[in-house]
Design a binder for this molecule. Structure first.
Ligand SMILES: Cc1cc2nc3c(=O)[nH]c(=O)nc-3n(C[C@H](O)[C@H](O)[C@H](O)COP(=O)(O)OP(=O)(O)OC[C@H]3O[C@@H](n4cnc5c(N)ncnc54)[C@H](O)[C@@H]3O)c2cc1C
Length: 318
């Protein structure tokens, strides 16, 4: 934590704007909040940049025709938010009280109060919940290719899933692994066509269609998976040294269930201006109920939410 951030923590002040989450949505809200001269603080519980930090190559964020790494884009966004005086604190929010005029966010260490609040907690990978998954996490089971690919040099691995994440991660893993099998429960992929074309053209990547993983087995590390064909119901074992899981995401909103309205899957319900069911509380990014979940849309949400918060605060001041 920087010296400047420590100074902020010592003050018992009410901020104009508290932002929860430091992915692209939160960082953009921070930039817009700071630029609107709102006294803005952002709380990030893990790593600033959010899911971008686990992304190797981003080639669909406008302005970077040759692509950019998640780490680089994170650094640029953080620098820009800080340049407009958004304070960034490394603390995990555990509780939110938002019913009154002043919104309070509790972290393990502190309590932060604001006149407006923007929720940007993002999503995390869904677990399959099968035997062996938890036991072998970190010992062959991974949810992040960028983080763990280097441990699988020349290995034979499987990637579970058929969406964008599964394919982009498999394409990244081909630089390390010697053989990759994508296990997908359907007979066609959900991923964008551009990723499908790349994966089909890659000799190191094979597919196991109509197949689900039922168990992950091994001794010290992963040695095989037990798979079942959903059409023939045939069960067999498939040898592998690693299992990369990309079977969807869940919003990180469990701690917000009594705070704002969530939909049946836990996504925060908002209107087009990113306003939640509670006055003065806004939501942006992947945790918001929305059509597309990407960096570009998270950034758009962050800008919209901060602008809506600014207007809300202006109205209060009269
Ligand atoms: C492997 C992978 C590849 C991807 N590739 C692309 C791509 O090429 N192009 C693209 O546009 N999109 C891509 N995406 C999707 C993109 O990264 C997300 O859409 C985007 O990051 C969502 O931004 P966000 O700010 O809403 O949430 P996140 O990026 O999830 O950030 C949320 C942040 O909030 C923090 N947080 C959560 N709860 C709390 C709490 N209680 N207290 C404090 N902090 C909290 C988290 O630690 C996290 O840092 C990819 C995602 C992954 C995982």
């Amino acid at each position: 934590m920087s010296h400047r951030d420590r100074e902020v923590r010592d003050k018992d002040e009410i901020f104009d704007l508290v932002i929860l989450g430091g992915g692209p949505a939160g960082l953009t809200a921070g930039l817009y909040g700071g630029r609107a001269r709102l006294n803005t603080i952002l709380l990030e519980g893990a790593a600033v940049g959010g899911q971008m930090t686990t992304t190797d190559e981003i080639d669909n964020y406008p302005g970077f025709p040759k692509g950019i790494t998640g780490a680089q884009l994170t650094q640029l966004m953080e620098e820009q938010a800080r340049a407009f005086e958004c304070k960034i604190i490394s603390e995990m929010a555990t509780e939110v009280f938002a019913g009154g005029e002043t919104k309070t966010v509790k972290t393990v260490q502190n309590e932060y109060r604001g006149r407006a609040l923007i929720l940007c907690p993002g999503t995390e990978y869904r677990k399959l919940g099968i035997p062996g998954e938890e036991e072998f996490t970190g010992r062959g089971v991974s949810y992040c290719a960028t983080c763990d690919a280097a441990f699988f040099k020349n290995s034979k691995i499987v990637v579970v899933g058929g969406g964008d994440s599964a394919l982009t991660e498999a394409l990244f893993l081909r630089r390390f692994a010697r053989e990759i099998t994508i296990i997908h429960r359907r007979d066609s992929l959900r991923a964008e066509r551009i990723y499908q074309e790349k994966a089909f053209a890659e000799p190191k990547i094979n597919f196991l269609w109509d197949t689900v993983v039922e168990e992950i087995c091994g001794n010290q590390t992963v040695e095989k998976v037990r798979v079942r064909n959903v059409k023939t119901r045939k069960v067999r074992e498939f040898s592998t040294e690693g299992v990369f899981m990309f079977v969807g995401v869940v919003p990180k909103t469990a701690f917000l269930k009594d705070v704002v309205e969530l939909d049946q899957w836990g996504y925060i319900v908002t209107d087009n201006s990113c306003r939640t069911s509670i006055k003065g509380v806004f939501a942006a990014g992947d945790a918001r109920k929305s059509f597309l979940k990407q960096i570009a849309t998270a950034v758009g949400d962050g800008a919209t939410a901060a602008f809506a918060a600014e207007k809300y605060l202006e109205e209060r001041q009269g």
